[in-house]
Write a protein that binds this ligand. Structure first.
Ligand SMILES: [Zn+2]
Length: 168
């Protein structure tokens, strides 16, 4: 059996930033593999394209350019906010405003966003709302651990059930 549309695929991989020598961003193992339903559009297309046709035991390594992953860094996603909005119980929460901290916030429409604190002055906080992987190329290296047919219910739901998948 090879990886094609509507197969349930288990892989272990190491995701690095940039290339082989890059910082490890994410790691899945044979004990806790990444299990997914192939070809239903829930993953980066380039990720699936690189696994298409592989069989159990095959190893893979490939890069995905940033524009095909989490997109470029957007300069307008870096914003300056008045420090007053970080006042909690009458005081500015400087523990929260450490540079590099990721702070959950809501925008005007009430959507939850995660901003990284870039700079703090007496009255302005600069925050970066880009995805942490924006502007970065991805490098995957891993092994195909298992391939099986999806059940009719999994196909109907569009996701995997059982180990590594959803539980209802
Ligand atoms: Zn389901």
């Amino acid at each position: 059996m090879i990886i094609t549309k509507n197969k349930v695929v288990s892989v272990s991989y190491v995701l690095r930033e940039g290339d082989f020598g890059g910082e490890v961003v994410e790691q899945t193992t044979s004990q806790e593999p990444f299990v997914f339903l192939f070809g239903v559009g829930s993953l980066l297309p380039d990720f699936e394209n690189n696994l298409l046709g592989l069989k159990v035991g095959d190893m893979f390594k490939f890069s995905i350019a940033s524009q095909n992953a989490y997109g470029p860094m957007e300069s307008d996603a870096i914003v300056e906010l008045p420090i007053d909005i970080f006042v909690i119980d009458g005081a500015i929460d400087y523990d929260l405003l450490q540079i590099g901290n990721v702070v959950p916030m809501r925008n005007d429409q009430g959507h939850l966003l995660h901003g990284t604190v870039v700079n703090v002055t007496d009255d302005v906080v600069t925050m970066d709302f880009n995805h942490p992987m924006a502007g970065k190329d991805l490098y995957f290296m891993g092994t195909v651990l298992d391939i099986r047919e999806a059940t009719p219910t999994e196909l109907e739901h569009g996701h995997v059930h059982g180990p590594g998948g959803h539980h209802h």
